[in-house]
Design a protein around this ligand. Structure first.
Ligand SMILES: Nc1ncnc2c1ncn2[C@@H]1O[C@H](COP(=O)(O)OP(=O)(O)OP(=O)(O)O)[C@@H](O)[C@H]1O
Length: 631
């Protein structure tokens, strides 16, 4: 990256980070390092050219000004940056004019900030824009015409104060539009009825399909109608029957939402009571959205539970030896060596999520400069010795794409598994989670598929004689490290839902019979097949699909010869090779075969996926697609 660009990026961040209370560690963004080779926080670069591709600084508590001129007035940046994502900060900014120079911009996400005034006209000149998200700001006034941006896939602008009529749109490529909860008025433009009413709700003066409010054919133009109502000269004497119907609809939906929330709150209350009983500790603070904020409740819960048990902590390298009476929680990885159990308990903990087998906490150990993920497994009536033996065996098998347990804790009622925290979330989140400004392109998906298949093949090979299959392979157990490299988590530790109705891991980790062993390994192949289907379809494994699970749905669609219908639209739009997608689909379908014996072996699966990947790499144009992300 050239010197001018580096200095401009540093100024860009300086402006963004006025009053920055660094709640999230940020590296780089200074003039003395290179954004691409020094891995600046939030910067993603093109692999080959090492030019900046994406600037992603979501939820960084930034409260300064967004001034695009620092990027768009510097030629090397203006021509390379494809993604700017600054969601969920407190940013403001008036001067957007220069953004028109950022001709390569395909994704602009500025939702959840404090932008006000009218939506800049300059946005309408971004001809390559695919996704534009400006929701949850204070934007007002009318919307510029975005009709020229014919490739727009997504336009999200809800919860602002936008008014006037919705300008004509080219709806042909638009997959998502949301302008709800604004002050738009007049008719929904032609083509807008392709979407459901939820895209437009909360704009009382908006009319026409798909809303139930019909437009008055010979009425005054929308702006005039707005003016007259603003001057108090209301044209209406009361609500029309269709308005009454619409508002009763809102009221009903509102009532249902309130009831659902109450139900959830009650359930949480019950859950908390249970944990209180279990730990003999009381929690005072409310449990907030687990994924984002540090909660003292989660922290307390984690600590109190671990402390309520008599400590019996083991050194990973001396698992066979007697319990180490000191408070070391030490384990196998040199990075965590020296971490003390008390330090782990003292560190702030954030609840990441509750799975079927327990809860996972993110724990920041400042002294070691380390962030860990600690899985607390409750009610696992597993003899400690079996557990220790299993940990020891697994500790002896390492693969770069399999996440090792770096430490563990074991008492009669409580087991803790300690992993290194993987900052880029799970495959489940990447595929189905919140939009993050990242596109997950075909090449990256193939890369993930082949890395997981290779890793699974290695583990199966190594652990077959010990009858240790993964047992709970799924997209939430594929985690991404800071370089977006995937790894398989929880190998050999948890039981999942076995499609073949036989146990995957015996409750006591005792040896399986030969048949049970085979069944567990073949269940892993099925699980890998489902992950491949998620990568290809972008769909969740269980929901959607008319109540069918993903595998059943895909097989039924393919049987009807509508194969292309199953693929993720993003892949089609990106121009991914249909032939290779179909090839991968065929592998996936073989893996999810109902008859375990008909499924291919993991080595066959891995080698078939690698062939597709190699073909894809060979066919790749030297010039990189602007949508591809580094994975
Ligand atoms: N090492 C880790 N780094 C970052 N996030 C993690 C780590 N381990 C787990 N998580 C996240 O914590 C959350 C809860 O994980 P958990 O494994 O308990 O859930 P699950 O996979 O849905 O269920 P199960 O109990 O069946 O494994 C998930 O969102 C998961 O992606």
């Amino acid at each position: 990256v050239d010197v001018e660009a580096i200095s401009s990026l540093a100024s860009f961040f300086e402006n963004l980070s006025e009053n920055f209370s660094q709640s999230v560690p940020v590296s780089g963004w200074n003039q003395t390092s290179d954004p691409c080779t020094s891995n600046w926080t939030g910067i993603i670069c093109y692999d080959r050219t090492l030019l900046v591709k994406s600037i992603v600084l979501n939820s960084f508590n930034l409260s300064g000004a967004f001034n695009p001129s620092f990027i768009c007035n510097v030629t090397s940046l203006a021509t390379s940056v494809a993604v700017i994502s600054l969601e969920n900060n407190n940013l403001h900014g008036e001067s957007f004019d220069s953004i028109a120079n950022c001709k390569s911009l395909t994704h602009l996400y500025i939702s959840g900030n404090k932008f006000s005034g009218s939506v800049p006209d300059s946005l309408s000149q971004l001809n390559n824009l695919k996704r534009l998200e400006i929701s949850d700001n204070e934007f007002s006034g009318s919307l510029p015409s975005l009709a020229r941006i014919s490739g727009l896939i997504e336009f999200i602008a809800q919860n602002n104060h936008l008014s006037g009529s919705i300008p004509e749109f080219d709806f042909s490529n638009l997959v998502t539009i949301n302008v709800s909860n604004n002050d738009f008025s007049g008719p929904i433009p032609p083509g807008g009825d392709r979407f459901t009413a939820t895209s437009y709700l909360g704009n009382p003066q908006l009319c026409g399909d798909p809303l139930t409010v019909k437009c008055k054919t010979a009425g005054p133009p929308p702006d005039a109608a707005q003016n007259s109502s603003a001057s108090g000269d209301s044209k209406r004497n009361g609500p029309t029957p269709s308005e009454i119907l619409m508002y009763s609809g809102y009221a009903l939906v509102g009532l249902i939402v309130v009831l659902l929330i109450m139900l959830k709150v009650c359930k949480r209350g019950e859950k908390k009571e249970e944990s209180v009983k279990e730990t003999d500790h009381s929690f005072h603070s409310k449990e907030k959205d687990a994924s984002t904020t540090y909660t003292s409740a989660a922290s307390n819960e984690f600590k109190s539970i671990a402390m309520s048990n008599k400590s019996e902590v083991f050194m990973g390298n001396s698992i066979e030896s007697a319990p180490v009476s000191s408070s070391l929680i030490v384990l196998t990885s040199p990075e965590v060596n020296g971490l003390r159990f008390e330090e782990l308990l003292k560190a702030p903990a954030e609840l990441l999520g509750r799975g079927k087998h327990g809860s996972v906490y993110k724990v920041n150990c400042d002294e070691q400069g380390m962030t860990l993920a600690v899985k607390r497994i409750k009610d696992w009536s597993l003899p400690s010795n079996d557990f220790k033996l299993r940990m020891k065996r697994l500790n002896g098998v390492k693969h770069p794409n399999v996440l090792p347990v770096v430490a563990f804790y074991c008492s009669r009622q409580e087991k803790l598994l300690v992993y290194e925290y993987q900052p880029n979330g799970s495959l489940l989140k990447l595929l189905h989670g919140m939009p993050t400004g990242q596109t997950f392109d075909w090449g990256s998906r193939l890369g993930v598929a082949s890395a997981i298949a290779d890793a699974l093949a290695f583990m199966h090979d190594e652990l077959h004689s010990d009858s240790i299959a993964h047992g709970n392979l799924k997209s939430s157990n594929i985690l991404f490290n800071k370089n977006m490299e995937p790894s398989i988590s929880e190998y050999g530790l948890m039981t999942g839902d076995n499609p073949d109705n036989s146990p995957l891991i015996s409750n006591t980790f005792q040896q399986f019979s030969g048949d049970q062993t085979e069944s567990a390994f073949r269940a892993d192949i099925h699980a890998l097949g489902v992950i491949l289907l998620e990568l290809l379809t972008g769909k969740m494994p269980m929901v959607e699909n008319n109540g069918m699970d993903l595998a059943t749905w895909v097989v039924s669609v393919v049987k009807e010869e509508w194969t292309v219908e199953v693929f993720d639209r993003a892949l089609i739009r990106e121009g991914a090779s249909e032939e290779r997608m179909v090839n991968l689909l065929q592998i996936a379908i073989k893996c999810v075969d109902r008859s375990p014996d008909s499924r291919p072996s993991i080595n066959q699966v891995a080698s078939m996926i690698n062939n597709i990947k190699e073909e894809d790499e060979r066919s790749m144009d030297v010039s990189e697609s602007p949508f591809s992300m580094r994975i």
